[in-house]
Design a protein around this ligand. Structure first.
Ligand code: NAD
Ligand code: UDP
Ligand code: UDP
Length: 319
């Protein structure tokens, strides 16, 4: 039921206690909205949202999106899903359920409320890409039966569900394909490359490079990413995406390791470990569509973003 006397929105963020979700919530509250954060705290933590308790426009609900959710909101950002390979491979069946059942439930909710819903999809839908850089019309190169498939195929199926709810039920959907994003509030034990290397450097431990470190990724700072998600949600109903969101500067993993060693002054050694199965060799977004439709491009270069992220990890316990 639309509220009669209040123009501010009540916004649901699933996965809101996680890395990206908690930053998104901060920005939405700053803009005067009310936020309902739904999270089962699988990889997220209450620490990420501690500073919001006492804010009357913020509410936390511990809930697993694999189960139905009956709430009243004006917009939905669906971010609930473990994102680090270490975490999503820990319980792969649950990962697929979270992507697929979670999407069905959140789309069912959006259908009942007739509200906009944004899906945090991923560059992983392109798999180990045969097209470089990746454009949104590339269908991808994904192994359906490997150790990354629970995440990649789960996210691909979620995209399918979003587009079918749009075609079949006319739900206003937005699909963001997010490329590697980093920043403060990544969990110390997250396992993704930027946080791993920084934590290892600050603890004086070996830096673990998988493979020979020549594989590439393009790293987007969290503030840039959040701005793009909010702009995407604000687009006209006719714009569904998918739209790539990420930074188009591409780095080798070994270059990232060296940059972090230089910045931290750590004396850690680089050690080389086996490359995990199906680890994509290269990844860089073509962000022409985001530039054009969202009038957006990343502002924070890796150099500045790493400084902020290193400062964050210096300020928290690394145990
Ligand atoms: P994260 O692990 O920090 O956050 C995910 C959040 O979802 C956590 O708070 C976790 O507890 C919650 N969650 C997991 N399963 C849930 C469930 N069944 N029910 C309710 N909550 C659940 O990861 P992140 O980096 O913040 O990623 C957020 C979203 O963005 C994910 O959907 C991820 O796939 C997507 N994404 C992130 C990146 C990136 O580089 N950070 C890249 C591509 C896509
Ligand atoms: N759903 C929900 N909240 C709602 C409405 C629906 O969680 O407010 C869930 C419900 O469990 C359902 C799913 O979303 O299974 C899909 O809803 P839809 O209306 O598309 O399907 P149906 O109810 O017809 O199976
Ligand atoms: N990686 C690495 N050392 C680590 C963690 C990751 O060399 O300690 C590599 C990983 O093999 C991949 C890249 O860094 O090639 C990015 O990994 P991440 O888990 O951050 O994200 P992905 O893009 O693979 O999902």
């Amino acid at each position: 039921m639309p509220r009669l006397y209040d123009s501010r929105k009540r916004i649901l963020v699933t996965g809101g206690a996680g890395f990206l979700g908690s930053h998104l919530i901060d920005r939405l509250l700053e803009r005067g909205h009310e936020v309902l954060c739904v999270d089962n705290l699988f990889t997220g933590t209450k620490r990420n949202i501690d500073h919001l308790h006492g804010n009357p426009r913020f509410e936390f609900m511990r809930h697993d999106v694999c189960f139905p959710l009956y709430v009243e909101v004006d917009e939905i950002y669906n971010l609930a899903c473990p994102a680090s390979p270490v975490h999503y491979q820990h319980d792969p069946v649950q990962t697929t359920k979270t992507s697929v059942h979670g999407a069905i439930n959140m789309l069912g909710l959006a259908k009942r409320l007739r509200c906009k819903i944004l899906q945090a999809s991923t560059s992983e839908v392109y798999g180990d890409p045969a097209v470089h850089p990746q454009t949104e019309d590339y269908w991808g190169h994904v192994n359906p039966i490997g150790i990354r498939s629970c995440y990649d195929e789960g996210k691909r199926c979620a995209e399918t569900l979003f587009f079918d709810y749009w075609r079949q039920h006319n739900i206003p959907i937005k699909v963001a394909r997010i490329f590697n994003t980093y920043g403060p509030r990544m969990h110390v034990a997250d396992g993704r490359v930027v946080s791993n290397f920084i934590v290892q450097a600050l603890k004086g431990e070996d830096i673990t490079i998988y493979g020979d470190g020549t594989q590439t990724r393009s790293f987007c700072f969290v503030d840039d990413l959040v701005e793009a998600l909010i702009r995407l949600m604000a687009t006209e109903e006719s714009f569904t995406g998918p739209v790539n969101i990420g930074n188009s500067r591409e780095f080798q993993v070994r270059e990232l390791a060296q940059a972090i060693l230089d910045k931290t002054g750590a004396l850690s050694q680089l050690v080389f470990k086996p490359l995990p199965q199906d680890d994509p060799l290269q990844r860089r977004p073509d962000i022409s569509k985001a530039r054009e439709v969202l009038q957006w491009e990343p502002r924070v270069a890796l150099d500045e973003g790493l400084d902020k992220t290193i400062d964050y990890f210096r300020s928290v316990s690394l145990l």
